[in-house]
Design a protein around this ligand. Structure first.
Ligand code: ADP
Length: 807
């Protein structure tokens, strides 16, 4: 409780930035003339002076309304004049007071102050609790605020009076002027204690946060300082060891290269962005490696530069093709036509060349020659077994170990944007749940789309429009249709013996002799020796194994030379048909000799497989049974085709049963077992039809089949012989196998015109229209095979099961 009783007149000292409280002793520096005057006045009178805070500290001549009206009546305890004319005073606050009236304001402020007397307050539990909590908060405050000396607390805690306690505590706090003034103006001690407690708690909270932040900042600083120190130390060590900061200098190097690289605008921007990222990463981090790899890929790829200039001289192209390859008249002509069109149009808008043929017929080497004749670089990418789209188009960079696809990899290898790009084994492309690689390929082959091919890893459009794509395949029917549609298929069927001999003599032998360093030692290989290799050590449509065998021969010769002469004075070696066995070992194949005699139930068929034409033997055995069928030797997927052929064959045989002298229900008493070796799985349809019938009839009649006849043809239920595919390959196989006669469907006659004479050389070709003719040609029989009509009874016993006579 406070009550205003007395009023007093006294000089007034306006204070800046400080609020005086009763019982507070404070030194003040006074400079303003008016203030000094006021102090002098007080000094001369009873030393009493009113200490009152001005609202705005920066105000030099505050007006009366700029000064708070509540203040403290104090006394001047000491006064000291300083040499610069200012005065230092020590004042002590006594009691609260309020300005009633300004009496004089000219020289100094003189005011009439009413003194506010303060009640002591009564002792209560509540008051005690308040006192304790204020003290506790003050204790916390002191701990957080280093500026207040520790002993202050013990002095303060000894104060019993609430009013005095609150004033003393308030005077020590570092509060805003307005807050302090508010406390000063609160006359009731209890009320003041409460406010004080509140403010102190706020303050303590702020101080705590400040302290926490301070600690964190310090820790952070310590950490970064430590890191800085360590990296500097590492740098110093590296320098000492003679290593420089690789990553940094690499980045600079790339930046320098970037200018001449001639990247498309957006790609260049991209690289710059990545380099910026790279600079900010620690060089050893995994992420930096990923970014680094990416930038390397972009920088290593050719983007806009053609490093070779096209040379499109058709005459020269022809001589290069001739220089590299023997024969292949047809493919060479087609290639030259293709190149001629290119010279005239400049652009590759046309179809993509696709060489189709068995292994080793020169598909790859033709493509290489095209590159050579155009003066272009050559790259080859194998598509065999590619099932995943991302193998073509690359993996996204988010995957660990991601790489661009095969196309971009090939382009990097080429190093120029206009290579000849060979897509090898395009027929072996797979497809599954990981996407369709063919559609990705389509995108690079399509002239409409391939100027902005999109690789998942590179993430930027890549221009493939200058690339000359060439594809190779063994067969056409597994090439996806959409791809076939864009390709010009050029078939290379395989070589005749004669052609092989020429290739061996003119190309393979010279190449291998040189590679084995035998130019001086191997004086020659006789033609007969080469023929021997072709016939007895290889059986193929192309010349791959032939080349391998010649390489083997060279190896053996080299060893012999090195061993006998110690490699000094070289001995001369000549390989002939006689001594070839000494180098290559026992021949792998028989040649010319019919393997076995004419046999019952065994027929030589002709098939067309991925590796070219093939001779194969179809065997049939008849055993007592109930009309069952067994097919062995072929894969499950081939079995159905085979069974169908066999059923058609049986229907024909039954329809001719009477003429053949078979029992009417002979088929119900026998089981037929057909064995066809794997090669017979017809890739081109059921072309083994007539061979199966012949084998069945031979087995039923127990009459042998001519071994030197080979046959191919599809059959209808009535015995008509239907045309087949792969004619050239099949005739080649027959020629290779020293077959004398080949039976072909009449309807294939027109295709025979396309078969070169040298392929047909040495084989007699007979065209057949009906199965009856086939049987007549193939089955050895003294009497005419098909009797015009024989009664079933007469013919009884003609089949082996009945055990009665035959022939
Ligand atoms: P493909 O790609 O058809 O499987 P390659 O092109 O690899 O076969 O040929 C195999 C080997 O045979 C190569 O060394 C190649 O030079 C050679 N070759 C193939 N055909 C001929 C040919 N007509 N004239 C000369 N060499 C040939």
């Amino acid at each position: 409780m406070s009550s205003e009783k007395i009023s007093k007149d006294m000089p007034m000292l306006p204070l800046r930035d400080v609020v005086m409280f009763p019982h507070m002793v404070a030194p003040l520096f006074v400079g303003r003339a008016r203030s000094i005057k006021a102090i002098e006045e007080a000094e001369n009178a009873d030393k009493e002076i009113f200490l009152c805070t001005q609202m705005d500290a920066s105000e030099n001549e505050p007006k009366t309304e700029d000064i708070y009206s509540t203040g403290v009546i104090g006394t001047v305890a000491q006064m000291l004049r300083l040499p610069d004319g200012t005065v230092k005073v020590l004042v002590e606050g006594k009691k609260r007071g309020r300005i009633e009236q300004y009496i004089e304001t000219s020289d100094f402020y003189k005011v009439r102050v009413s003194v506010i007397e303060e009640s002591r307050g009564t002792e209560s539990v509540e008051g005690d609790a308040l006192r304790r909590s204020v003290l506790k908060a003050f204790e916390g405050y002191i701990k957080l605020n280093r500026k207040i000396p520790g002993e202050v607390f013990s002095t303060v805690s000894a104060i019993e009076d609430m009013g005095r306690l609150s004033d003393t505590v308030a005077s020590h706090l570092n509060l805003k002027i307005t807050d302090k003034q508010e406390l000063l103006e609160t006359g009731d001690p209890e009320e003041r204690m409460k406010k004080l407690h509140e403010k102190m708690q706020e303050e303590v909270e702020i101080l705590e946060i400040e302290k926490r932040i301070g600690k964190r900042v310090r820790r952070q600083m310590e950490k970064s300082q430590r890191e800085y120190y360590l990296t500097e130390q590492m740098k110093a060590i590296q320098k000492e060891l003679g290593e420089k900061d690789d990553m940094k200098s690499d980045v600079q190097e790339i930046e320098a290269k970037l200018k001449d690289k001639g990247l498309p605008k957006e790609v260049e921007e991209r690289v710059k962005k990545e380099l910026k990222k790279l600079k900010m990463m620690p060089s050893m981090s995994a992420e930096a490696t990923v970014v680094r790899n990416y930038v390397d890929w972009i920088m290593d790829l050719p983007w806009t530069k053609e490093h070779t200039k096209d040379r499109l001289d058709i005459k020269e192209a022809r001589s290069i093709l001739e220089e590299d390859h023997y024969g292949l008249r047809d493919p060479k002509d087609r290639i030259l036509e293709y190149l001629s069109v290119r010279t005239l149009t400049e652009k590759i808008r046309g179809p993509i060349l696709c060489f189709v043929g068995p292994p080793g017929v020169g598909k790859t080497s033709l493509a290489k020659s095209i590159a050579r004749s155009m003066g272009r670089k050559f790259v080859r990418v194998s598509l065999g077994g590619v099932r995943d789209e991302s193998e073509i188009r690359g993996h996204r960079r988010t995957y660990i170990g991601a790489l661009p696809g095969k196309i971009i990899q090939g382009m990097k290898k080429a190093g120029t944007i206009n290579p000849v790009f060979l897509l090898d084994e395009i027929d072996k492309l797979g497809m599954d749940f990981r996407g369709d690689p063919a559609s990705a390929l389509l995108e690079c082959l399509d002239p409409e789309q391939n100027s902005n091919f999109n690789d998942h890893y590179i993430e930027a459009d890549y221009d493939l429009s200058k690339v000359l794509f060439i594809a190779t395949a063994n067969i056409t029917h597994t090439i996806p249709w959409a791809l076939q549609d864009r390709m010009e298929i050029i078939r290379i069927p395989g070589y005749t013996e004669d052609e092989k001999l020429h290739i061996a003599k003119k190309f393979l032998l010279g190449k291998q002799t040189k590679e084995h360093g035998l130019e001086d030692s191997l004086t020659g290989v006789a033609d007969t020796a080469l023929l021997e290799i072709i016939r007895r050590y290889t059986r193929e449509a192309g010349v791959r194994t032939l080349e391998r065998e010649i390489a083997k021969l060279c190896r053996k010769v080299a060893r012999k030379v090195a061993e006998t002469e110690g490699g000094k004075s070289r001995s001369k070696v000549r390989v002939t048909a006689k001594n070839i066995g000494g180098y290559l070992g026992v021949p792998k194949f028989k040649h010319g000799e019919i393997e076995e005699d004419d046999q019952i139930g065994a027929v030589t068929g002709l098939a067309w497989t991925e590796v070219g034409g093939e001779l194969l033997t179809i065997e049939v055995t008849i055993v007592p049974g109930k009309g069952g069928f067994t097919v062995t030797g072929v894969k499950p997927e081939g079995e159905n085709v085979m069974k169908e052929s066999a059923r058609a064959a049986m229907s024909y045989v039954r329809s001719r049963g009477a003429q053949l002298g078979l029992d009417r229900d002979f088929y119900q008493m026998v089981d037929i077992h057909i064995h066809a070796p794997e090669g017979a799985t017809p890739k081109d349809g059921p072309s083994a039809g007539i061979a199966i019938v012949t084998a069945i009839v031979s087995a039923l009649l127990k009459k042998p089949v001519r071994r030197d006849i080979a046959m191919t043809g599809e059959i209808t239920l009535r015995g008509r012989v239907l045309p087949i595919g792969g004619l050239k390959e099949k005739i080649l196989a027959a020629q290779r196998g020293k077959v004398k006669t080949v039976l072909l469907p009449q309807e294939n006659e027109k295709d025979l015109e396309d078969v070169p004479a040298e392929v047909k050389k040495g084989v007699e070709i007979k065209l057949v229209e009906h199965m009856d003719k086939v049987l007549e040609e193939a089955i050895i029989s003294d009497e005419p095979l098909l009797k015009s009509f024989v009664s079933p009874f007469e013919a009884k016993g003609a089949i082996g099961v009945s055990g009665t006579k035959m022939n």
